[in-house]
Write a protein of this length. Structure first.
Length: 191
């Protein structure tokens, strides 16, 4: 019985070693981030009554919805921005990161992204990018702003040069807020 246990451990140990070797030889995928809308609580002051409405207090009245309540249907939006928008955001250096780029760590990765709306202006994505390599890189990102899975705007983001081992922050602008967006997906296209 003891020999059977040792044989099982040897088998599983060999299987774990093969799995780690396969993972090490695999090519690291490029980084991408998908985010839902996380905006500050918007408010609207009714010019007739002076009451301030927010998503937290709208719809608390009982009874059937009024025609005004039913007027906006974000799923019915069929408008989108034609073509691909190209932008060159400015970057803000934030901190240093360890130089770890290699077979299992991408040269550049993005994360900690948030999608929000600037009322009366544009949707925006605030994201952070880090250069994990020992070289200066000039990344290119692609962001897709969508509404229920339907494309509203696509943008190519030409990021300025990011120094070796730097973490930077940037703002990527999306469509105007008169178009509804519920999700944005940004990914690294190069390097």
């Amino acid at each position: 019985m003891r020999g059977l246990r040792l044989g099982a451990f040897g088998f599983f140990g060999g299987l774990a070693a093969l799995t780690m070797m396969a993972a090490a030889s695999a090519q690291t995928p490029r980084s991408s981030v998908d985010m839902q809308t996380s905006q500050p609580v918007p408010e609207f002051r009714d010019p007739k009554t002076g009451q301030i409405w927010t998503p937290l207090n709208v719809g608390l009245q009982s009874g059937p919805p009024t025609p005004q309540d039913l007027a906006f249907d974000p799923l019915g939006q069929a408008v989108y921005v034609k073509g691909v928008v190209t932008q060159r955001p400015s970057i803000v250096p934030l901190s240093s990161v360890p130089i770890t780029a290699g077979p299992t760590v991408p040269i550049v990765n993005i994360g900690d992204a948030t999608l929000s709306a600037i009322p009366g202006k544009r949707w925006q994505v605030v994201l952070y990018l880090q250069n994990n390599s020992a070289n200066t890189v000039v990344p290119m990102l692609n962001c897709r702003f969508t509404n229920s899975g339907k494309l509203v705007e696509e943008t190519h983001v030409l990021v300025p040069a990011v120094g070796a081992g730097l973490r930077v922050g940037m703002i990527i602008h999306g469509p105007k807020t008169d178009l509804f967006v519920d999700r944005a997906n940004c990914g690294v296209k190069s390097p």
